[in-house]
Ligand binder design. Structure first.
Ligand code: BG6
Length: 459
């Protein structure tokens, strides 16, 4: 049975960075597609007027994909603005007024997690949580304990079925494709295991720094910002058993199973780095110990993956911006004609979507020799493809929880990184434009090093 549609969207943090970068473009796209025909109420404490918010929305669209005048006009007509302190009841009375006849609002908390408890409590006190859904942004907590507390606070007011925890990687076409590629192709399943796979790597590289988000980043660091969530979700899609179509929670069950089989990380499996110059960023402490780069080696204690190392490296200020997965296969026995790690699957998740299959072919001529080659499919997004945020907000308003993180999954993912958050682990400086600290190379030395990344192809 399809759940009922939310009949209003209230989004807290309307004047913030995320709204500017991701939410307004998603709202415009939904309006254009005809999937957002309800009042949209922005809430923030900026001393702004509705006109200022509309101007901000235009600016956001101009910088992120362009203004579609028809959709913009429709959306602007639906947009309301409530300026107020999240801790004051008057703010919620004003929201209630703007909600008018709406009976089933979706409340989207695009605000720092420190403000979640207050907003949730105040929504309930104002009667705005009745029949409502709650959409929450990452980071979901700072560690296992705070995530548990947050879940507890949310559940005092909202049933888990009304909670939508965003991890926008789950909304990405290319990430979903990992699962489809695995389970929609007969040739893959027989070799997708410890007998044939030698190692798995994910690189999430960003060539830029913290882009003015120093204050946020000081609270996060690479492990909390992207490894505990985005990267572990990718690992789950790569490592999970096939979910079944016979009950809705199956995908979540399989994700959580993978997280529970990953050994909690120990400091020996971690390399942390900080790019030179980070400490001079606005909002960053001059003696900051926060990592802008992290590389880890994971062990999955499962029947399928026992002994196969999974690596993640993620960092800011690296040579390129790309996210890429490489699944390297074992070498065939006749090593004199099959030197090197040239049997692999490569999934580039961004900026463009590529699936590459590494193989060796005969070098033309008399000699018995081989050359490496790659069979490659490139998908260039065209037309009106959905961005992750559009997909996720639309799904949340429809009550479709498939692409959202479930409570036990979030907690199990925190449990994996928990030991390396607690201990003070070494931090090395690296130059911008390099692949992080040298030690990161040593982490993958026994599997032939890091295999990423080809330069992005020309548009
Ligand atoms: C966010 C992180 O969740 O994901 C950012 O907070 C990071 O630090 C971003 O840059 C990357 O997302 P995308 O979709 O641009 O790969």
């Amino acid at each position: 049975m399809r759940a009922v549609l939310s009949d209003a969207l209230v989004f807290f943090g309307a004047t913030g960075d995320l709204a500017h970068k991701k939410i307004f473009p998603a709202l415009q796209a939904m309006t254009r597609r005809g999937t957002l025909e309800v009042p949209v109420i922005g809430v923030a404490k900026s001393g702004w007027t509705l006109e200022q918010l509309v101007a901000r929305m235009r600016d956001s669209l101009e910088h992120n994909g362009g203004v579609d005048e028809v959709a913009f006009k429709k959306l602007a007509a639906r947009l309301r603005y409530v300026d107020g302190d999240y801790a004051e009841s008057a703010t919620y009375a004003a929201i209630a007024k703007e909600l008018g006849d709406a009976q089933r609002p979706a409340h989207y908390l695009a605000i720092p997690p420190g403000a979640f408890p207050t907003v949730i409590e105040k929504l309930a006190a104002a009667g705005l949580s009745r029949n409502a859904r709650i959409i929450v942004e990452k980071p979901f907590g700072r560690d296992l304990e705070s995530a548990r507390q947050l879940n507890e606070i949310i559940h005092r007011v909202f049933d888990e079925s009304a909670v939508f925890r965003i991890d926008h990687y789950l909304g990405k076409e290319a990430v979903q494709n990992l699962l489809i590629f695995r389970f929609a192709n007969t040739f893959l399943e027989p070799i997708w295991n410890r007998r044939y796979v030698a190692s798995v790597q994910i690189t999430m590289a960003e060539s830029f720094g913290v882009q003015g988000r120093g204050k946020f980043y000081e609270e996060a660091g690479a492990i909390r910002d992207v490894i505990q969530n985005h990267m572990l979700q990718v690992i789950a899609f790569l490592a999970m058993e096939p979910p079944t179509g016979t009950y809705a929670e199956s995908l979540h069950d399989e994700q959580v199973k993978v997280f529970r089989m990953i050994r909690p990380l120990s400091p020996e499996d971690l390399v942390r780095g900080q790019f030179r110059g980070y400490r001079r960023e606005p909002g960053v402490a001059p003696d900051s110990n926060v990592e802008t780069f992290a590389a880890v080696r994971l062990h999955i204690d499962s029947w399928r993956w026992d002994g196969v190392p999974f690596f993640i490296r993620a960092g800011k200020c690296l040579p390129v911006t790309t996210t890429e997965v490489t699944v390297t296969l074992q070498r065939p026995p006749l090593s004199h004609i099959a030197a090197g790690d040239t049997n692999y699957f490569r999934f580039r998740l961004s900026p463009e979507v590529v699936i590459g299959v590494g193989a060796r072919i005969k070098r033309p001529g008399e000699e018995i020799a081989t050359d490496p080659t790659e069979l490659k499919v490139v998908h260039k997004p065209e037309g009106d493809e959905m961005d992750a945020y559009e997909r996720l907000l639309g799904d949340a308003m429809e009550g479709d929880r498939l692409l959202f993180a479930r409570q036990d999954g979030v907690e199990a993912a925190w449990a994996i990184v928990e030991p390396i958050l607690r201990e003070t682990t070494p931090l090395s400086e690296y130059e911008c434009g390099t692949w992080g600290p040298r030690d990161a190379e040593a982490l993958t030395a026994d599997v032939g090093g890091w295999h990423c990344c080809e330069p992005p192809s020309a548009p």
